[in-house]
Design a binder for this molecule. Structure first.
Ligand code: NAD
Ligand code: WQD
Length: 339
């Protein structure tokens, strides 16, 4: 059993990870300022696990408040750092807000980790760092491309900050997880993704259209150089993704990681098109989702999917949930939102 500080722990990926941590006997302290999540998520976590993790409504950019948290909960073994703003388009409109929130949160946390002798961090990065890869599937050795957005840039800079700090502090160990496209919800439907306003991402948009909250799904372009003309992504079940964090922690806490910083792709290794996702969602849930093809969305990558071999072999982690289950869970969660 370990004592884990989870920033952003009431968010989409954070809440699913907290559930896995609790179910595996860990003690969890959540820090979240609820800027993009809801305190009711804690009830969902309780319904699934029967445990109320410690919760601190604190902004990670506030050094003094973060220090208070670390004084209140001594001897933390590791931090999983999810807290960040993540809307790509908003980051183009408000770059300073993104640099401040995502980077100041990380800098504060790392400084406190050094001061409080917390040696391990798992950091949420993104496949966005690869841009359009030259080779597919993309592995961790692929070059980092110039970021398409301030959001993407915060992830690239964050990875560099972690690497530089590790070089200067031999006691620090970090796992950087580059997530591909997380989708779905906990099978219990007690927790899931709660998009803020009109969803930007494909899966919540499909689910909300199926529920009648949106009139039709707009498919952004069918003239890409892909088999059916629509973009291809590596969609990963959020519970599988949550389990990757447990695998990363086990790797760190059992001192299995030789390098100070290790980077892992967290994806399925399977690329699926927008049309394949839509068709499968309709089939497994036995419903129709009104849709139409519209122009390409600015900044979209044509196709990207992961080579997850490094995580499969080194972390003994693999994405296992069939797509059909993930899409059923996404729909079950959406239906729960109406209640
Ligand atoms: P989310 O918005 O659901 O969760 C992030 C949580 O962090 C929210 O609960 C929010 O309230 C909190 N938060 C934000 N800024 C904070 C601050 N300054 N102090 C305290 N709490 C703060 O997002 P998510 O989808 O769960 O993403 C989690 C992490 O994974 C983020 O770092 C995100 O950039 C990264 N990521 C997400 C995706 C994705 O598609 N969802 C893909 C790749 C990487
Ligand atoms: C997937 C595909 C769209 C909505 C974004 C961020 C990325 C990462 C994950 C955090 C694309 C198409 C979508 C719709 C559509 N986040 N689409 N109609 O763009 O791969 O990645 O989220 O790190 O950084 O950029 O995900 O779900 O928005 O889009 O046709 O209404 O679905 O064009 O091909 P994306 P997405």
């Amino acid at each position: 059993m370990a004592k884990i500080l989870v920033t952003g722990g009431t968010g989409y990926i954070g809440s699913h990870t907290v559930v896995e941590l609790l179910q595996n006997g860990n003690e969890v302290i959540i820090v979240d300022n609820l800027s993009n999540s809801n305190v009711q998520v804690l009830e969902g976590i309780y319904k699934i696990t029967g445990i109320n993790p410690a919760f601190e409504n604190v902004d990670c950019t506030d050094y003094v408040q973060m220090e208070r948290v670390l004084n209140k909960y001594p001897n933390i073994d590791a931090v999983i750092h999810f807290a960040a703003s993540k809307a790509v388009a908003e980051s183009v409109e408000k770059p300073l807000m993104y640099y401040r929130n995502n980077l100041l949160s990380l800098i504060n946390l790392l400084e406190l980790m050094l001061n409080y002798k917390i040696p391990n961090i798992v950091f949420s990065s993104s496949c966005t760092v690869y841009g359009q890869p030259d080779k597919l599937p993309v592995d961790e050795k692929a070059p980092i491309k110039k970021a398409e957005s301030p959001y993407g840039n915060t992830k690239q800079i964050a990875e560099e900050i972690i690497t530089d700090l590790a070089a200067a502090n031999k006691q620090l160990k970090a796992v950087v997880l580059r997530y591909f496209n997380p989708i779905g919800a906990h099978p219990s439907a007690h927790i899931g993704e709660i998009p803020n306003g009109i969803p930007n991402n494909l899966m919540p948009y499909i689910a909300q259209t199926a529920a009648g909250k949106r009139t039709e799904l707009k498919i952004y372009g069918n003239d890409y150089n892909t088999p059916d003309g629509t973009c291809i992504r590596d969609y990963i079940d959020v519970v599988d993704l949550a389990k990757a964090h447990l695998a990363a922690l086990t790797h760190l806490l059992n001192n299995k990681q030789e390098k100070q910083v290790e980077v892992f792709n967290v994806g399925t290794g399977r690329g699926l098109s927008v049309l394949e996702m839509l068709t499968t969602f309709q089939e497994v849930n036995k419903l129709k989702v009104p849709h139409k093809i519209v122009a390409r969305r600015k900044g979209d990558i044509e196709q990207v999917w992961a080579d997850p071999t490094h995580a499969n072999n080194t972390l003994q982690w693999k994405a296992l949930t069939p797509l059909t289950e993930t899409l059923k869970n996404a729909w079950k969660w959406e239906q729960n939102q109406k209640k």
